[in-house]
Write a protein that binds this ligand. Structure first.
Ligand code: NAP
Length: 249
């Protein structure tokens, strides 16, 4: 199916690695113009890459100005950068909690806020990447989970606020995806291999991690006009992990 994404300029935060990179690769396959916003610069002639510290609202404003000057349009934003930083209730501080919100949700607002004039012109699409931890809890990660819960709330809130401009806003919610971030997290356990087996045993569909390109495929659909009457939705791409019967093994 042609997703009609040819020449569409789509910003992808955290696009250098993992899920973001899979989205970028998918956009390239559709002949779109992915623009990576990440603290890591990606050296690749096919790609536009901006090295940016997304925790700074001013840096986000500047990069949006640069991009709009260069391209004259913004057709979509994939808010994806974030990390599970283990700032817990007991093992955490108020300062670390606020910093975690800045790391994980602040820039979702900054980027959309500054890009809004161009999104209004293009009737753009926004896709926010969440996490199943915001609906299940995980323990010892208050900041990340608060941010991810806020991202789902913002998805609904922005879907309503942006109705007059025909800008659609949706969320994709991963659970366990094989990315560099995931690998780093699993390696914190005493026996990472055993922990991985425990997790995949409980993933109903095929007892395996989700592949980044499986998240990307849903993101691309939501960016495209093939989902032209879909807004305010939270779509779980997780092999049934969050919702299917717990007795399924
Ligand atoms: P990843 O492999 O770590 O890739 C994320 C990229 O974003 C990295 O290049 C990272 O740089 C960059 N980044 C993070 N914070 C940034 C900031 N403040 N400024 C600029 N760049 C920043 O992560 P991923 O696993 O693909 O995760 C992507 C999204 O999916 C995240 O929002 C995550 O919470 C969500 N998610 C992932 C999973 C999973 O199982 N992987 C599950 C649920 C939700 P560095 O690597 O240098 O930090």
């Amino acid at each position: 199916m042609d997703l009609h994404l040819k020449h569409k300029v789509v910003l992808v935060s955290g696009g250098a690695r993992g899920i973001g990179r899979a989205v970028v690769d998918g956009l390239l396959e559709e002949s779109a113009v992915p623009v990576i916003l990440d603290k890591n610069y990606v050296q690749d002639a096919q790609l536009k890459s901006y090295q940016v510290d997304l925790t700074s609202a001013e840096a986000c404003r500047e990069v949006i100005t640069q991009i709009s000057n260069e391209f004259g349009i913004i057709d979509g934003i994939v808010n994806n950068a974030g990390f599970n930083d283990s700032i817990g209730l007991e093992k955490g501080t108020p300062e670390e909690f606020i910093q975690s919100l800045t790391n994980n949700i602040g820039h979702y607002y900054y980027l959309v806020h500054y890009a809004l004039p161009w999104l209004k012109k293009s009737k753009g699409s926004i896709v926010n990447i969440g996490s199943k931890t915001s609906v299940t809890g995980q323990g010892n990660t208050s900041g990340y989970v608060a941010a991810k819960g806020g991202i789902l709330a913002l998805t609904r809130e922005w879907a309503v606020e942006l109705l007059p401009y025909s800008i659609r806003v949706n969320a994709v919610i991963p659970a366990e995806v094989a990315t560099p971030l995931y690998e780093a997290w699993i390696n914190n356990f005493a026996d990472p291999k055993q922990k991985l087996q425990e997790i995949t045993r409980n993933i109903p569909l095929e007892h395996r991690l989700t592949k980044p390109e499986e998240i990307a495929a849903t993101v691309l659909f939501l960016l495209s006009d093939r989902s032209s009457h879909t807004t305010g939705q939270w779509i779980f791409v997780d092999g049934g992990y969050t919702h299917l019967d717990r007795s399924i093994r």
